[in-house]
Design a protein around this ligand. Structure first.
Ligand SMILES: [Zn+2]
Ligand SMILES: [Zn+2]
Length: 179
């Protein structure tokens, strides 16, 4: 019996049964196959990534508008005068989200609200809110705790909190440090 045809996906480098490739709606005159060139799973992944990127940009639009409102700036100020570019912000936030909150050193992925757990902090509110040198990403809990603190007050607070946590652990060796 003849082997059933298989097809190569240049995106993931795998070779799969033809059912792995969606049928093209209208066959091109020059097409050698009535199947799409990229496998279904690669197509789905590309769609998911696009959707995820879109969600981050959407979130950043809200973040920027809220900060602008809080600062009492007219719309567009943070972008034009202080460099708050949505695409850049979305990329940075997404990258930060993959790691730990620099304040409490807990992994964002372990928190329960997804995108809602990460927030943008203007590090030093006494200075101009330049995106390049005066913003950072904190979990919502840390951002709330920091609130109006100066950068030095915040650093001191975090050190104090570490001491407090160690204090709790002393005498109960089965308790593990949360970081
Ligand atoms: Zn593929
Ligand atoms: Zn935190």
């Amino acid at each position: 019996m003849a082997l059933r045809p298989r097809k190569y996906c240049p995106r993931c480098g795998g070779t799969y049964p033809e059912s792995f490739f969606r049928l093209t709606r209208v066959a091109h005159a020059c097409a050698t196959s009535d199947r799409r060139p990229i496998c279904k799973l690669c197509e789905q992944t590309a769609r998911d990534e696009k959707k995820a990127a879109h969600r981050w940009v959407h979130k950043m639009r809200g973040t920027r508008a809220r900060h602008e409102h809080k600062l009492g700036y007219p719309a567009g100020t943070l972008e034009k005068l202080y460099g708050w570019d949505l695409v850049q912000m979305a990329e940075d936030a997404q990258r930060a989200y993959a790691h730990k909150c620099p304040g409490c050193r807990k992994a964002f992925s372990g928190m329960v609200h997804g995108l809602g757990d990460i927030s943008l902090d203007i590090c030093d509110r006494a200075r101009a809110p330049f995106y390049l040198n005066n913003v950072g990403w904190l979990c919502v809990t840390c951002n709330r705790a920091k609130s109006q603190m100066t950068p030095d007050d915040w650093a001191e607070f975090c050190i104090g909190r570490d001491i407090w946590i160690r204090q709790q652990v002393i005498g109960s060796p089965q308790k593990k440090l949360p970081f």
